[in-house]
Design a protein around this ligand. Structure first.
Ligand SMILES: [Zn+2]
Length: 269
C-alpha cells in the first residue's frame, strides 16, 4: 500500500459545478481520489447551483452539497428565496446552508440586502438544524456581530456545531471571536502564499479540533499552482502547509480535519 492511501482528506468547500471544472470532472475526481480526498462539499451560490449540485452528489460517491444564496447573489433576495430554500432543505439532501455571508469587496448587492439575506438564511439553518458555511470578504466586524447574536440563541447540536468561516481571512481577533462563538475555521490556498504570515499564525494557533481544509476550487489555487485552475486534489497542498505551520505530520492534520468535517457536516464516517 502506498503512503498516499493512508491519507484521508475532505475538501470541505469546492465548486465542482462551475463551468471550468465540469468538462473534465471525471479526471478531476480521479485525481482527487489519488490524492487521498475521500469527500467533497459543494457550496451553492444561488438556488440554481443548489439544485444542480445534487446531480453531482448522485454521480460521485463522497460528494455532498449545501444550499444557500451567496451575498453577491442577494440583490433580489426576497420571500420567494426563503420559501424555495426552505423546500430544498426539507428534502434532507443537504449537509449545510451555504455559502452565505457578507461581501463588502464587490458590493454586487446593497449591504442591507446582504444582511437581510444572511439573517433569513441563519434562521433557516436553525430551523433545519444545519450548520452554516460563511463567506466573509472585508466584512469581518458585521459578520461576527451577526454570527455571535445567532450562536447565542442556538440550542442542541447546532450550538456546538454552528458552522465554518470558510476560507478564513480575518484578523487574529476575529479568529478568536469566531472560535469563542463555536465556529470552525476553514483554510484554503492563501495559506501557501508568500505574504500570508498572519494567516499562518492563526492556522498554527487554532485548536486542532476546530479547523478544516478546503480548496474553494476553481479559485484560490495553492502554490505551486497559483494562477492555474484549482481542483480538489490540491487540498493536499493546503493540508501539507497546515501541517508544516503547526509542526505536525500530514497524517495527523489529515485525520483531524477529516474528523472535524465529518462531525460538523454529519457525514458518514
Ligand atoms: Zn466558495
Amino acid at each position: 500500500m502506498s503512503i498516499l492511501a493512508n491519507i484521508d482528506l475532505i475538501d470541505s468547500h469546492c465548486h465542482l459545478d462551475f463551468d471550468n471544472l465540469t468538462p473534465d470532472l471525471d479526471a478531476v475526481m480521479a485525481r482527487a481520489a489519488g490524492a487521498g480526498v475521500r469527500a467533497c462539499i459543494i457550496p451553492a451560490i444561488d438556488l440554481g447551483t443548489a439544485r444542480q449540485s445534487l446531480a453531482l452528489c448522485e454521480r460521485y460517491p463522497g460528494v455532498y452539497a449545501a444550499a444557500g444564496v451567496h451575498p453577491n447573489s442577494t440583490a433580489d433576495f426576497g420571500p420567494q428565496h426563503v420559501e424555495s430554500l426552505d423546500e430544498l432543505l426539507a428534502t434532507g439532501k443537504y449537509v449545510a446552508v451555504g455559502e452565505i455571508g457578507l461581501d463588502y469587496h464587490w458590493n454586487d448587492s446593497p449591504r442591507e440586502m446582504q444582511l437581510r439575506a444572511l439573517e433569513h438564511q441563519l434562521e433557516l439553518a436553525a430551523r433545519h438544524n444545519l450548520p452554516v458555511i460563511i463567506h466573509n470578504r472585508e466584512a469581518s466586524d458585521d459578520v461576527l456581530a451577526v454570527l455571535e447574536a445567532w450562536a447565542a440563541i442556538l440550542t442542541g447540536d447546532l450550538k456546538a456545531l454552528p458552522g465554518v468561516l470558510h476560507s478564513f481571512s480575518g484578523s487574529p481577533v476575529i479568529a478568536t471571536r469566531a472560535l469563542a462563538a463555536g465556529f470552525y475555521l476553514g483554510f484554503t490556498g492563501p495559506l501557501t502564499y508568500r505574504k500570508a504570515d498572519q494567516l499562518r499564525a492563526i492556522a498554527a494557533a487554532a485548536p486542532l479540533d476546530r479547523i478544516l481544509v478546503e480548496t474553494d476550487s476553481p479559485f484560490l489555487t495553492p502554490e505551486p499552482h497559483r494562477g492555474q485552475r484549482n481542483e480538489p486534489s490540491y487540498v493536499r497542498l493546503v493540508a501539507e502547509r497546515l501541517a508544516a505551520v503547526r509542526g505536525a505530520s500530514l497524517a495527523d492534520v489529515a485525520a483531524a480535519t477529516t474528523a472535524n468535517a465529518v462531525r460538523l457536516f454529519t457525514l458518514p464516517s
